[in-house]
Design a protein around this ligand. Structure first.
Ligand SMILES: [Zn+2]
Length: 445
């Protein structure tokens, strides 16, 4: 058993002082407030938060950072640059890249990633000797970076509605939903830090007639089912043209909306779409930095939450990896849209980045500092330049960290009882910037 004594810690959405945390076999066994520091407990100085979950990631998009932000591009020209990176990846180079990206996530306090994975085969569409070699590389990358992963194996069948896969997209496909099932069913990630989930890439990439097969099978496995939804107006227009309905209605009619479903982005929704999502209990993953970067728009976060959708956050394209910034962006973007402040409490924003995110990835109970939860602890330094002077009482410490803290303020990270980051240094990956530089150099021009 190991013990940690937190100067301050967030328990049930409130800041508590002198919190003794007992940990055994990777899980929290006891939490005691106002406890004197025992000699055998290591002190955590600062504010200790539950571990973050990054609900939506495409690890290879990290290679695009700095290369796609110029003013002339659109979502669709960005996609062409993204394909150019995809074309250069194989299981070996993806392992190196993803390991470095997941190590960057660990440094930001991310304890669990949802990897929305569709780079299944060689760019010409031929499978590797092991048809799940890319999945195995991602699971290994997370393991080596010290974080948990939910591998959201993504069904991707068409290049657009009614269009065949072309170019590098051929490596994304499995023929049809049954082919996708045959491949995915043959893969089992190793270890207790990895789980499987399913994804329908989008209504652009999976025909309406195939979605029920994916959805039903994922349900039989008890897996979460993620799907990109209405990120761009162009998707809604194409869906209306082909099917005469919105993407949300299409998913509902295909039986793909339910409590295990997580819709990613959900930007361009009608009132009845919001009701369909809320009534089904589907979660919503917002990726505010990516949605800004790609000029997607602002998701109706408050309306979705009011309708009954739990909200989580993801770094998606990895234009930036910072769960605190994603979390506060839910509220700040809503303020810009509504001209109203105070739409979400800091505790609710933190919850999106922690407990709700973990639940969306099939780890219910994680993302809390409470007995029975995995021992995921993220300690934020309150003495650095951004957070010095914010105060240590309940509301100021939490508001200060949620509204002004960044990944750079994360000093200690424990994932499942294992110390992964100490004093801002990754303990398992020697040189994270160097690994990023080398891995990105292999797949970019
Ligand atoms: Zn995405």
């Amino acid at each position: 058993m190991i013990r940690r004594h937190a100067q301050l810690a967030v328990l049930d959405g409130r800041v508590a002082a002198d919190v003794l945390i007992d940990i055994d076999d990777g899980g929290i066994t006891a939490v005691t407030r106002d406890a004197p520091a025992p000699p055998d407990a290591e002190r955590l100085t600062g504010l200790t938060l539950p571990g973050f979950a990054n609900t939506h990631s495409h690890a290879f998009h990290r290679a695009l950072r700095g290369r796609t932000h110029d003013g002339t591009s659109t979502f669709w020209t960005w996609r062409e640059k993204m394909y150019a990176v995809a074309e250069r990846l194989d299981p070996d180079s993806y392992l190196a890249l993803a390991r470095a990206v997941y190590a960057e996530m660990a440094l930001a306090g991310i304890c669990c990633v949802g990897e929305f994975h569709y780079l299944h085969h060689r760019p010409d569409g031929t499978p590797y000797d092991d048809a799940n070699a890319m999945s195995a590389a991602l699971a290994q990358a997370a393991d080596e970076a010290g974080i948990r992963i939910t591998l959201l194996d993504t069904c991707y069948l068409t290049g657009g509605i009614g269009e065949p896969l072309s170019g590098v997209q051929r490596g994304f496909g499995d023929g049809d939903a049954d082919g996708w099932i045959r491949r995915v069913a043959a893969f089992q990630p190793v270890g207790r830090h990895a789980k499987m989930g399913a994804a329908v890439h989008s209504v652009r990439a999976v025909p309406a007639g195939q979605i029920p097969t994916v959805s039903r099978w994922a349900g039989e496995q008890g897996w979460p089912l993620h799907v990109h939804l209405s990120e761009q107006r162009g998707e809604n227009d194409a869906c209306d043209h082909a099917y005469g309905k919105t993407p949300t209605r299409l998913l509902a009619d295909a039986g793909a909306l339910g409590p295990r479903t997580v819709a990613v982005h959900a930007v361009h929704l009608r009132r009845d779409d919001i009701e369909l999502l809320g009534d089904s209990g589907a979660g919503i993953c917002l990726c505010p930095t990516t949605e800004r970067d790609l000029a997607d728009g602002i998701a109706p976060a408050r309306a979705l939450a009011d309708a009954g959708c739990p909200l989580s956050v993801g770094s998606d394209s990895h234009a930036m990896i910072d769960p605190l910034i994603e979390a506060r962006s839910i509220e700040l973007d809503e303020r810009l849209r509504s001209e109203i402040r105070g739409n979400f409490t800091s505790a609710a924003l933190l919850d999106a980045a922690t407990a709700t995110g973990h639940a969306a990835l099939g780890w219910p109970g994680a993302g809390r500092i409470a007995p029975g939860a995995p021992a995921d602890l993220v300690t934020v330094d309150l003495d650095g330049v951004r957070l010095a002077g914010i105060g240590a009482d309940d509301s100021t410490a939490l508001d200060g960290v949620v509204y002004a803290g960044t990944a750079a303020d994360v000093r200690q990270v424990m994932v499942g009882g294992r110390e992964v980051v100490r004093d801002g240094v990754h303990l398992l990956v020697d040189d994270v910037p160097g690994e990023l530089r080398r891995a990105i150099g292999r797949v970019t021009t």
